[in-house]
Design a protein around this ligand. Structure first.
Ligand SMILES: C[S@@+](CC[C@H](N)C(=O)[O-])C[C@H]1O[C@@H](n2cnc3c(N)ncnc32)[C@H](O)[C@@H]1O
Length: 232
C-alpha cells in the first residue's frame, strides 16, 4: 500500500510532524514513556518515516537500524548529517528477512502497524530478531477511534479505510486498515509476544497552550493505542 504522504510528499511530512500536536506533543511523548533505558542498546525502528525516532534513539546512546517501505523516507534518514543510522527500504508486511535471529534489544514501531492488512508475519519476525527478554514497543490507531470510519459497521472485521488527512495542511488521501482489538492481541500472542504494558496516551502540557482544542480532545478521548510487549 503506497500512501502519497509517505512517498511523493515525504519531505513535507517530515516538516509537518517535527512540532505538530498529534506526533510531537502526543504520540512521541506517550510512546517514549514506555521505552527502557537506551544507552548501549541495539534498536530497530520499524516504519521509521523521516527519522524523528531514529535521531532520538541515537541521541540516547542506542545503535539504530531504521526500516521503511518508502525510499523517499529512507533517503531523508540517510541524508541527516553526522547521523550514523543503518537505514534501508523493506516492505514490513514481509517482515525483516535480512536481520539475524536474536540481534536486537528493542524494536519500536510508531504508527506503522495499521498499514499492514495482517501484522502476523512482522510480529513473528520481531520475536525472532529480539534477544531473550527483548522488548517491542509500538503505537497504532486506537480501535475505538477507527471504528467510527468502518465501512461495514461491523467492529469485528478487519477492513481497509480510505480517508483524507489534513496533516500537510490540505487533504491528502490515505489508506490503512482497522481491526478489532482482539485481532491485534491474537496476532501478538500467536507470535509469542506478551503485552506487559498498555497505554492510551496523554498529550503533553505544551499542547495545552499551542492547541487547546486538540488538548481537550485527547485529554477526554483516546487517539492512539500504545503497547509494550516482551518476548514470551
Ligand atoms: C505515520 S508514518 C510514522 C513514521 C514514524 N514511525 C514516526 O512515528 O515518526 C508511517 C510510516 O510507515 C511506513 N510504512 C507504511 N507501510 C509500510 C510497510 N508495509 N512497510 C514498511 N513501512 C511502511 C510509511 O512509509 C511511513 O513512513
Amino acid at each position: 500500500m503506497l500512501n502519497p504522504m509517505y512517498s511523493e510528499h515525504a519531505a513535507e511530512y517530515a516538516a509537518a510532524i517535527r512540532d505538530n500536536s498529534y506526533n510531537a506533543h502526543y504520540e512521541r511523548p506517550s510512546l517514549c514513556t514506555l521505552l527502557p533505558e537506551l544507552p548501549g542498546k541495539r534498536v530497530i525502528d520499524l516504519g521509521c518515516g523521516p527519522g524523528e525516532y531514529a535521531a532520538y534513539l541515537l541521541s540516547q546512546g542506542a545503535t539504530v537500524t531504521a526500516v521503511d517501505s518508502s525510499a523517499e523516507m529512507i533517503a531523508l534518514v540517510q541524508q541527516e548529517p553526522g547521523k550514523n543510522i543503518n537505514a534501508y527500504v523493506q516492505d514490513l508486511a514481509q517482515g525483516v528477512p535480512d536481520e539475524a535471529d536474536q540481534s536486537f534489544d528493542l524494536a519500536v514501531s510508531p504508527l506503522m502497524i495499521h498499514y499492514l492488512e495482517d501484522p502476523t508475519v512482522l510480529f513473528r519476525d520481531v520475536k525472532r530478531i529480539l534477544k531473550p527478554a527483548g522488548l517491542f514497543v509500538f503505537s497504532t490507531h486506537h480501535p475505538f477511534v477507527d471504528y467510527q470510519f468502518s465501512p461495514s459497521g461491523n467492529y469485528f472485521l478487519t477492513e481497509k479505510i480510505v480517508d483524507e488527512w489534513g496533516t500537510l495542511g490540505r487533504p491528502v488521501r490515505v489508506e490503512y486498515y482497522r481491526r478489532p482489538l482482539s485481532a491485534l492481541m491474537q496476532s501478538l500472542t500467536d507470535a509469542g509476544l506478551c503485552v506487559v504494558e498498555l497505554s492510551e496516551g496523554k498529550p503533553d502540557e505544551l499542547m495545552q497552550q499551542s492547541d487547546p482544542e486538540s488538548y481537550r480532545k485527547l485529554s477526554t478521548a483516546p487517539g492512539f493505542l500504545f503497547l509494550k510487549c516482551r518476548v514470551g
